[in-house]
Design a protein around this ligand. Structure first.
Ligand SMILES: [Zn+2]
Length: 138
């Protein structure tokens, strides 16, 4: 399984964003270089039904241009407040617009005292093929 690294600080920032936005889904962009998530850009969720959908606000998509200009591969993150961190059918449709882009996901379904805490997983999606990568938090 290929590996993707993320700093503890960036992982914590994604989790904090997800908690702050719950029970709605939150979303954002990630910039990737050499197998490492090295930039996070929170975005507004423009979906009319944010409880179980996300849609990166078009005003925030300009970050794609900045990331690419800086030589980073463009990826995305979003949260599932109540379900597992695995791409839904809607997520796979979204990913079709960005073939092979990294999709970082955080689930808060077990994020309560005495439970397992937030879950972070990362995927690459090509068509309807979902590949999980090993996420190293360091
Ligand atoms: Zn989703």
């Amino acid at each position: 399984m290929s590996m993707i690294a993320i700093s503890r600080a960036d992982a914590d920032a994604v989790i904090a964003h997800a908690r702050q936005g719950a029970p709605d889904e939150v979303c954002g962009l990630v910039g990737v270089r050499d197998g490492r998530i090295c930039r996070l850009t929170p975005a507004r969720n423009a979906s009319p039904t944010p409880r179980n959908r996300f849609e990166i606000d078009s005003r925030d998509l300009v970050q794609v241009i900045r990331d690419e200009r800086d030589g980073l591969d463009v990826g995305f993150y979003h949260s599932h407040p109540a379900s597992r961190a695995y791409p839904s059918a809607t997520d796979i449709q979204f990913a079709a617009l960005w073939p092979g882009a990294l999709q970082l996901m955080v689930s808060l379904r077990n994020d309560r005292a005495g439970k397992g805490g937030p879950e972070l997983h990362v995927y690459r999606i090509n068509g309807d093929r979902v590949e999980e990568l090993r996420l190293i938090v360091e």
